[in-house]
Ligand binder design. Structure first.
Ligand SMILES: [Zn+2]
Length: 409
């Protein structure tokens, strides 16, 4: 059935586009109209009308970096490595549902094993076996023998292995390729987070071979040398992108970020929801503070997307708003933060033709939030109504024991 969803205002998506006392006509999985509720009702007299006084309608949020197959523990990939498939799939579904609770109707998964995230992505939407956001799945990240997260199954050392690994992901309908360009913290004995795992030539091969399948590349890189290699190789997004060359070391290479901006390399920020506790633990070099590489890159014209690395130890899936608050502390205005987390992210991740704004013809990925997030980001925390591809959920539906409501149409 058609539905007309009405609220005090619609935040369309791009900064500055707000419609007062407007409504959205949802037909099937699409937005079929945006405008005054009475006009939509004339166009569509049989539509059910859902009124949310005092509320705002806005595009669903996009979390650009999650690990739905990880379990938040100190060994976050233990379950996916050792668990029974049904147990792992249940974990992925529960995490996906938690993302929806915090208003994320699209998530980009940057690393799992055994294809479990793609399986949940492709679960039969007609029967709505569980509430699930739109998922972009990378599959197991490419890494070197003994390298960062090798245990997820993505080892590719030689050029031939790199090509074969990318071919396999394309055949498994991965949405993008993830590469561990540098080391990380969770693999004992592997390269440190400041060391590179691949050469520029190998990274370029990864970018070019992925492109031959129509796939973009997201690269994990904390260290400055690795980030520079990723810029040189032309990856689409640089995840973490912390510009660090050692403990207590922060770099600000001006020329490199200007090149990033000029060629459109995107910074993939990962601010976990528990970032305030991290701030207390970390000592920063003089003149630096938590998160300020984001402001620095933005000031140089670098585009960024916002992720949480949810699934990693203590990085929960249903607190996206808390990660957005860092931006507010860094001085970004709320309209811009909302745009970055909706319209901007959808465009930068290649989804702008299907989601990211409240516009006729796009998929109905919408939130109804109590109050006005342009005045207070807190209202994003638990949207009263979450619509994904036309299917609507209340918070009760999305609670850990919840079940899906009837489809909208
Ligand atoms: Zn990650």
């Amino acid at each position: 059935m058609d539905r007309i969803v009405e609220a005090d205002r619609i935040i369309v998506g791009p900064v500055g586009e707000v419609l007062d006392r407007a409504a959205v006509l949802v037909r099937g999985d699409r937005i079929a109209g945006v405008g005054p509720a009475d006009e939509l009702a004339v166009r569509c007299p049989g539509a059910e009308r859902l009124r949310f006084p005092g509320a705002s309608i806005m595009p669903g949020l996009v979390n650009s970096h999650v690990h739905l197959a990880a379990d938040l523990s100190r060994e976050p990939f233990g379950t996916v490595r050792q668990g029974l498939r049904d147990e792992v799939l249940a974990l992925v579904r529960a995490n996906a549902q938690a993302c929806l609770r915090s208003g994320c109707t699209t998530v980009r998964d940057l690393g799992d094993a055994h294809g479990v995230v793609a399986e949940v992505r492709d679960q039969d939407r007609a029967v709505a076996s569980s509430p699930t956001p739109r998922i972009l799945a990378a599959g197991a990240p490419l890494t070197i023998s003994g390298g960062h997260c090798w245990f997820l199954g993505g080892i590719a050392d030689t050029d031939a292995e790199i090509r074969a690994a990318i071919d396999a992901r394309a055949a498994a309908r991965s949405d993008l390729i993830k590469v561990m360009a540098g080391g990380g913290q969770m693999t004992p004995g592997g390269p440190s987070e400041f060391e590179s795992q691949y050469t520029v030539a190998q990274l370029r091969l990864i970018v070019e071979h992925s492109a031959s399948h129509g796939l973009t590349v997201a690269a994990h890189a904390h260290g400055t040398a690795t980030i520079l290699d990723c810029i040189e190789a032309g990856v689409a997004t640089i995840e973490h992108c912390g510009w660090r060359s050692g403990p207590m070391q922060r770099d600000r290479p001006e020329e490199a970020v200007r090149r990033m901006a000029a060629q459109g390399t995107i910074a993939g920020d990962t601010t976990p929801p528990q970032w305030r506790r991290m701030v207390e633990r970390i000592t920063f070099p003089d003149g630096f503070r938590f998160g300020d590489q984001i402001s620095w890159m933005t000031d140089h014209g670098v585009a960024h997307v916002i992720g949480t690395d949810s699934g990693m130890p203590n990085a929960v899936f249903d607190e996206f708003r808390t990660s957005l608050e860092l931006y507010e502390e860094l001085g970004f205005d709320r309209a811009r933060i909302i745009e970055t987390a909706t319209t901007g992210a959808a465009r930068l991740l290649g989804l702008g033709a299907s989601t990211g704004a409240v516009r006729e013809g796009l998929d109905a990925d919408l939130l109804v939030v109590d109050g006005n997030p342009l005045y207070n980001l807190d209202v994003l925390h638990r949207p009263s109504h979450v619509i994904v591809r036309g299917r609507g959920y209340s918070q009760a539906d999305l609670s850990p024991a919840g079940t899906a409501t009837e489809p909208v149409a």
